[in-house]
Design a protein around this ligand. Sequence first.
Ligand code: PDD
Length: 275
Amino acid sequence: AFYGDSFIDINDKVVPIDERGHQFGDGVYEYVKVYNGTPFLLDEHLERLEKSALNILLQLPYSRQEIKDFIQEGLRRSGLQNSDIYIQVTRGISPRNHLFPTNVPAQFAMTIRSGKVVPNEQRKQGISVMILEDERWANCFIKSLNLLPNLLAKQKAFEHGHGEAILSRDGYITEGSSSNVFAVKDGVLYTTPATNRILHGITRAAVIECASKLNIPFKEYDMSEDFLRHADEVFITSTSVEVLPVSKVESITLPDERPITTALAQAYSELYATN
Ligand code: PDD
């Protein structure tokens, strides 16, 4: 792990009481997957980190190149070929006060852990999802540390036996609690428009590119809850789950055949295999 300006043991106790990250969730983060020693779509993730920081008026303490150097050094130290990198930047350490501290540097932290993989069985079968009210704020395109509504939704879905919570605002699907949502209807691929209501997923963008290469018709579209329930195929995307089929929307079982999901999952895995 890395905290502030140096590498530390991942189990070290280092975060001061007055760190704004845990007092206020005053910070932003990224989650990057490493395949065969190379972080996948790293520039896209770091660009989004820069955009998130800019939008909460936070100045990153390191340049993109410095962050890349820390990542390389971290990967070398970890000895891992396939890993998950978590990066967070907070507004630093200062006695608790809602106002921004002055002349306090932002605090950079990073962990590198062995890569989590979705069990093959689950990947083949698909997961079940539950639709829940999107109770988040108006700027979901910012990858902010404030994840309480996401956690509450994910936990509730899990307690009802589902693998992901699909959030809905004013009757329209926004995204998953930690993923983006796609549906296929009559051969057309749909996903929620990239507005302030959702995180502009890096995997989402890569999958849209795969669809274009495969000549799959694609539309950004505000999907109603019923549109999702009656779709031919539904899948979620994220850095960690990649392209993961949805087999059930609450009590409704979706068709077993998922030609487009399968083709896109395959295309995405070829992308990172040639990373
Ligand atoms: N989550 N939407 C939300 C709310 C997310 O938290 C995530 C990612 C995504 C997918 O974004 P991407 O394809 O860039 O990973 C969409 C990460 C993995 C996390 O919270 O750990």
